[in-house]
Ligand binder design. Structure first.
Ligand code: UDP
Ligand code: MG
Length: 268
């Protein structure tokens, strides 16, 4: 049974808190989906908090434990009660069973109070300091969304050839099927203006890895601008966790988005 800390239906639908019910909107919400990240999550939270402490902005970090079966939740709770001054800006949401990265991001965004909402993977393959560059781009280019992109010519990628190849193949499929102006939908750091997620998240059906694609398709369809930013990727896990079963699921989910976009006109 799923355990949610507040309104389950709203959380599942990805409906953001209405601005008027949020007492004071803060500057940034950082949503971190975490599935079996007991070894990395505390380090990610610390590094993220340190980055945002230097921003001179108000922020909150929402870690979403997506049905982990290890000590992810316990480790975050221990960190929160460890007494460092920034710990009170960290929250943990937890539910069970595991439902997918997209579900975790939707859940976290639904309780976010930030004017800007950052999605950040929990494994530190992408350092949270990249957020600063994303924010500069969102400001200077007056973009609605800025996404980290492994396909950006200035990106520095330290990960195995096989992963580069699978990323590239997916990029080609997306290019053929969707003709988006962006090249890479899947990199785990993205910055959104609150309004964009408010409008687009409720449209997103996919709960697992093709969530990113579906969200960006919805964003694009609603006419919001998306800009790609360079990233540095340092793979921390020796072996990727996205297996053949996940890949097949991504394929079918991607086809689902294609059908909804072109035949059902679902994102119009
Ligand atoms: N994740 C999640 N639920 C899942 C699978 C992954 O919340 O069912 C989180 C995971 O902890 C990480 C992010 O989603 O923070 C990306 O997952 P992963 O690193 O496994 O994917 P990859 O980087 O290989 O695309
Ligand atoms: Mg990862």
């Amino acid at each position: 049974m799923a355990i949610y800390s507040s309104n389950k239906n709203r959380l599942q639908a990805g409906i953001l808190l209405p601005d008027k019910t949020v007492q004071n909107l803060i500057d940034f919400s950082i949503v971190i989906p975490a599935y079996n990240e007991e070894g990395r999550i505390v380090c990610t939270l610390k590094e993220t908090a340190e980055v945002f402490e230097n921003f001179n902005s108000s922020y909150e970090i929402i870690a979403v434990d997506d049905g982990s079966t290890d000590k992810t939740r316990e480790n975050v709770e221990a960190f929160i009660s460890s007494g460092a001054s920034y710990c009170r800006k960290v929250r943990i949401e937890s539910y069970s069973p595991n439902m997918g990265k997209g579900n975790a991001l939707k859940h976290g965004a639904s309780i976010a109070r930030g004017k800007y909402i950052l999605f950040l993977d929990a494994d530190l393959d992408l350092h949270p300091s990249i957020a600063k560059e994303l924010y500069e781009i969102i400001k200077t280019k007056d973009a609605d969304v800025v996404i980290g992109s492994k396909m950006h010519r200035k990106s520095v990628l330290h990960y195995p050839f096989l992963r580069k190849l699978t990323s590239y193949c997916y990029y080609i499929i997306i290019k053929i099927l969707f003709r988006l102006s962006i090249k890479d939908t899947q990199t785990g750091i993205k910055l959104f203006k609150r309004e964009v997620l408010g409008k687009c998240l409720p449209k997103v059906i996919v709960k697992r890895y093709a969530f990113d694609l579906e969200l960006l398709v919805a964003v694009n369809k609603k006419g919001y601008s998306i800009v790609e930013a360079p990233v540095r990727v340092d793979l921390k896990r020796q072996f990727g966790r996205v297996g053949i079963k996940d890949a097949i699921r991504v394929f079918f989910d991607t086809m689902g988005v294609f059908l909804r976009l072109n035949f059902k006109k679902y994102y119009d």
